[in-house]
Design a protein around this ligand. Structure first.
Ligand code: NAP
Ligand code: MG
Length: 490
């Protein structure tokens, strides 16, 4: 079994206490790795290292070209180590290997994208009256705490780390407790690629101790968080004491809307892909499937038939299309929602034990795809984020009905709609209250384009140029060009 260390101030080290915890392989329930169980003193060391890099170490003063070059080197390191990173991601998170490979490729490109953007950070000249000159500078926000969830352990982290480096920030990354392995591994790349000590630090440990310590630490200027709404609210409360800049990428209960004129075959697969990819552990999962009445029954039946054939197994097996959930806690949560759903709606598929798994997977956290239908949008399985392979199918009559149901949710992360009528498509795009609207697809997330939520799905944006803005502050510069005294006090 491998062990990993924290990466603090350019060095690999155990937690100060010497304590470790086990990271599991969710397909087997076996221990995959021992990682540091860090605590507040480790956070303090990492914050001090980041502060030194930022305040006196000269990191913000490095040229943008140099920061860009470092990011390109890290991207090359990720590509050179892609196989190992993807394998570890699958072993630690559970997702099918092909998905992990896609995530690693996205991560490499994300470093390249922000490597290119590093040299394009600039302010503007402003028209001001009189003999004066005004401009803005874009400066790094300072030391940033980066707190991420376990569903896309590499991508969730890299889409924060890469823009932080490009902007000239120093950061402390806390991976989620179940899935620390790949970002601790990637720290080796940060060291090899010439990132100066303290610029990025990576620590594993519980959110309740090290996450909270980051949020409270006066040496941290900004928290960039991806995770649940409950922890997001806690971060706002705790961060208020030191007026932290906060950006929050939270959950959702996203509608995937199928109009009767949609291409039928594409619709059936799109509905399944929208909610079952990554075992349903997707913040933008299309967990509410809204179907127009004329195709409701036919589409439901076709979805059930196709979903029955989704192959469950360990992600490391190339035939697998759905891996295990991440851990016991998530497994129990999803099964409890299936029980809740049985009382609220009709179950067309799922809710039974998994059969046919390979030997060794008896203790894996596998849940078969579940499809509930005739779901009332007021039901708990239509309102609460389950974060697992559970679909709630809801019928609708016309466009207005679809928008009303779609927007009747506290969340606003994502929405998708399927139709071949471009008039209807444009009307829907304008009516749906969400940070992304997909048309005739669901889930592609591009590094070049902004990602984030409306309403209780959070605020701030990641990816694209917007993701870089989150790591900068705007400084105004006003220069008097008139050499005479002001002349106010005669
Ligand atoms: P979570 O329970 O909110 O945890 C997220 C991170 O916060 C973890 O690293 C966690 O550490 C840490 N944390 C826990 N308590 C904390 C505290 N008091 N202070 C600071 N940090 C703390 O979320 P999760 O269960 O990992 O992930 C699922 C959630 O993430 C879902 O709601 C999903 O929708 C959301 N998500 C959103 C997006 C998006 O882009 N909008 C993307 C992916 C996931 P521990 O691991 O130790 O608990
Ligand atoms: Mg959690």
């Amino acid at each position: 079994m491998e062990t990993w260390k924290n990466y603090i101030d350019g060095k690999f080290a155990d937690a100060a206490s010497g304590r470790t915890y086990d990271a599991l392989n969710p397909a087997t329930g076996e221990v995959l790795a021992k990682v540091p169980q860090s605590d507040a003193p480790d956070v303090d060391r990492a914050v001090k290292a980041a502060r030194r890099a930022f305040d006196t170490g000269g990191w913000p003063e490095t040229s943008a070209r140099e920061r860009g070059r470092i990011l390109f080197r890290i991207a090359a390191w990720v590509r050179a180590n892609a196989e190992r990173l993807a394998t570890l991601e699958t072993l630690n998170n559970g997702k099918p290997l092909a998905e992990a490979e896609g995530d690693v490729a996205d991560a490499a490109f994300c470093f390249e994208y922000y490597g290119g953007l590093a040299t394009k950070i600039h302010g503007e000249v402003l028209a001001v009256p009189g003999k004066a000159f005004a401009m803005t500078l874009r400066e790094p926000v300072g030391v940033a705490g980066l707190i991420v969830p376990w569903n896309y352990p590499i991508m969730m982290a890299v889409q924060k780390v890469a823009p932080a480096i490009a902007a000239g920030c120093a950061s402390i990354l806390k991976p989620a407790r179940p899935t620390p392995v790949t970002m601790l591994e990637m720290a080796k790349g940060f060291a090899e690629c010439g990132l100066p000590p303290g610029v990025v630090n990576v620590l594993s440990g519980p959110g309740s101790s090290i996450g909270s310590a980051l949020v409270k630490h006066p040496g941290v200027d900004k928290i960039s968080f991806t995770g649940s709404g409950d922890v997001g609210r806690e971060i706002m409360r705790e961060g208020a004491a030191t007026l932290k800049r906060v950006s929050l990428e939270l959950g959702g209960k996203s509608p995937n809307i199928f109009f009767a004129d949609a291409d039928f075959e594409a619709a059936v697969e799109g509905a399944l892909f929208g909610v079952f990819i990554n075992q349903g552990e997707v913040c933008s999962a299309g967990s509410r499937v809204l179907i127009q009445r004329p195709i409701y029954r036919k589409m439901l039946d076709a979805m059930v038939e196709k979903a029955k054939k989704i192959r469950l197994g360990p992600g490391i097996d190339r035939e697998t299309k759905m891996g295990p959930l991440v851990n016991q806690e998530q497994y129990d949560k999803v099964l409890s929602y299936i029980e809740i759903g049985r009382k609220e709606a009709k179950l067309a598929l799922g809710g039974s034990p998994v059969s046919g798994l390979p030997k060794g997977c008896e203790k894996g956290f596998f849940v078969t795809p579940a499809i509930f239908y005739d779901v009332d949008n007021a039901a708990r399985i239509a309102r609460e984020e389950i974060f697992g392979p559970v679909m709630s199918v809801i019928p609708f009559d016309d466009e207005e009905d679809a928008y009303r149901i779609a927007n009747d949710t506290p969340f606003g992360l994502a929405a998708a709609l399927w139709s071949r009528d471009h008039f209807k498509v444009m009307r829907a795009i304008k009516r749906l209250r969400a940070g992304i609207v997909w048309v005739n697809h669901m889930q592609p997330a591009m590094v070049e384009a902004p990602w984030g939520g409306f309403k209780q799905s959070g605020f701030g944006r990641e990816l694209g140029t917007y993701g870089l803005d989150e790591f900068t502050e705007v400084k105004q510069v006003y220069m008097n060009l008139d050499e005479k005294p002001i002349g106010w006090y005669k």
